[in-house]
Design a binder for this molecule. Structure first.
Ligand SMILES: *[C@@H]1O[C@H](CO)[C@@H](O)[C@H](O)[C@H]1NC(C)=O
Length: 196
């Protein structure tokens, strides 16, 4: 009887992936070297990000994905920190030749409805650029990060046209815009086409 209860409890906790501990998230980022390559050792995740490409493929930390999988923008959810806060989503490639390469920025995301705001045209700051790692450059990590904004309905962001996607200065952008890192998740893609 007790065995059965444990089984039910275990099954329940597995289904309820929403609720990964900060420690588990941090260990995943460390395992892939995202900490310390992209984020400081001091970073303590407070939010869990969930990303699904074409509804069937929910990303796990460090999951390998294909160019076909990631052609279109994913669905993004994350657990909010404060009801009153808005959030910014950034996607970048720290393994690009001119690294980090900026893939996507979405701003003023309401923590109550992240999925619909991330898809909303009005919230796109820098349009989604699908991963396209060149052949022969090895595995690239694509890092999604969520930041809590200092302000809601922030309009002070430098427009996309003034931002260089190559060698994007993440630290400068987040500092200038009052963005506090609260969550991160990464996936991996490699172009295995033989380089000529
Ligand atoms: C932010 O913008 C939305 C939509 O324009 C508006 O409904 C809301 O009241 C604004 N919130 C604040 C705090 O300004």
């Amino acid at each position: 009887m007790l065995g059965l209860l444990y089984f039910i409890a275990a099954a329940f906790f597995q289904i309820s992936a929403w609720g990964l501990s900060s420690t588990v998230i941090k260990q995943g980022l460390e395992k892939g070297g995202v900490i310390p390559d992209v984020f400081h050792n001091e970073f303590e995740p407070e939010s869990e990000i969930r990303i699904t490409y074409h509804m069937t493929k929910q990303l796990r930390m460090g999951m390998e994905v294909t160019a076909e999988d990631t052609k279109n923008p994913p669905h993004v959810w994350f657990s909010k920190i404060n009801d009153e806060s808005q959030y910014t989503l950034i996607m970048m490639d720290p393994d690009a030749v001119h690294r980090p390469y900026l893939h996507w920025i979405v701003t003023n995301i309401d923590g109550q409805r992240p999925a619909s705001d991330v898809e909303n045209e009005e919230h796109q700051h820098t349009s989604y650029s699908a991963p396209a790692p060149p052949a022969g450059t090895g595995a690239h990590r694509y890092v999604f990060s969520v930041y809590e904004q200092a302000q809601v309905n922030q309009t002070s962001f430098l427009p996309e046209t003034f931002i260089d996607r190559s060698e994007f200065d993440v630290a400068k952008f987040t500092e200038e815009n009052g963005l506090r890192l609260v969550g991160a998740l990464y996936m991996v893609q490699e172009n295995l086409t033989p380089s000529s």
